[in-house]
Structure formats: C-alpha cells, structure tokens
Design a protein around this ligand. Structure first.
Ligand SMILES: [Zn+2]
Length: 99
C-alpha cells in the first residue's frame, strides 16, 4: 500500500508514521500556514493532531520548541517529544480522574 518515494506521503513529526499527505495535517511551527514561501511544512497524522489539539496551544508551541523541532535530527526530536508528551500526560493524571 505505502510506496516509498511517493511524494504524496509525509512523515508525522510526532510519531514518525508515514501517512498519505491527504490524511495528514500540516503543522507550521511558525503558526502561519498561509505564508508558504521557502517553507517546508511539517506534518502530523490525524491521531497525533487530535492529541495535540487537546493540549493548550501555548504548551504545544513550547513543547515543540523545547523538543527541538527543526533543529535536531528527527529521531532525537521524536524521543524528546514523546518524553515531553508523557510528562504532560503524567501531570494530567495527577489532577485526578475527570468526572
Ligand atoms: Zn503521528
């Protein structure tokens, strides 16, 4: 199903999954999706996009920046990012179950 080298496929920056571009969501760490010049967009698969949307925007930007989005090798970014998300999830849990 997945064809390597197919330009319509993108890699999710959060989980590293390769997904068809049509099923991915663009993520622009600069927050401006309409200025497309000289930019390489990053992509999130739908599950990750949904997960990130549940994070406060402010936290997301910080999270991605701290994880080194665009500045470190992808494997390093993914490792840092998942650690950060785990930490977020832990702090969620400490607030107790939602009623
Ligand atoms: Zn993903």
């Amino acid at each position: 199903m997945w064809q390597r080298g197919d330009r319509t496929e993108v890699t999710c920056i959060a989980c590293g999954e390769t997904v068809p571009r049509s099923k991915a969501r663009e993520y622009d760490k600069h927050g401006d999706r309409w200025d497309r010049e000289d930019k390489e967009f990053e992509h999130l698969c739908k599950p990750c996009y949904r997960m990130l949307c549940h994070q406060p925007r402010k936290g997301l930007e910080t999270l991605l920046a701290e994880a080194g989005a665009g500045d470190v090798p992808q494997s390093e970014f993914l490792r840092r990012f998942s650690e950060a998300v785990d930490a977020e999830a832990d702090s969620e849990n400490e607030r107790g179950p939602q009623q």
